[in-house]
Design a protein around this ligand. Sequence first.
Ligand SMILES: [Zn+2]
Ligand SMILES: [Zn+2]
Length: 149
Amino acid sequence: MTDIHAKTGSTGKTVSLTRNEDLVLTALRGESAPQTAYQLLDRLRADGIKAPLQVYRALRSLGDRRLVHRLESLNAFVACCHDHGEVRHSAVFAICDRCGRVDEFADTLVDEQLDALAGRMRFRMEQAAVEIRGVCGDCADEAGSAVEG
Ligand SMILES: [Zn+2]
Ligand SMILES: [Zn+2]
């Protein structure tokens, strides 16, 4: 199967995807909350994806190109919302434990700090993912107004 779709990445760069990769990426981009492989499988059955292996393979390939990220603490996946490009950015995820939304940030300051830390340990960092768990602004506002009013 060499059914390749050209797809525009988050910064307008074109990436080549197989049909399954395209389906998985599109499904993830339509969600603000992370999806497990099985949630993706359920959603994509109608599109002809029948086996978990098809989803895993697509996720691995998309992950290698950093178009999606795996959140270790949730064992779930999110679409990348920016282009890591050639630059080895760390990815920082803020995960709301109330509503489940995940926001991704890239911060050069974080990169520099992690680089410096790794350097002190004589360790060469190739990539890093930081997962911050807590309460998002919207949920905090809601909780605040509930208390006040
Ligand atoms: Zn990313
Ligand atoms: Zn929230």
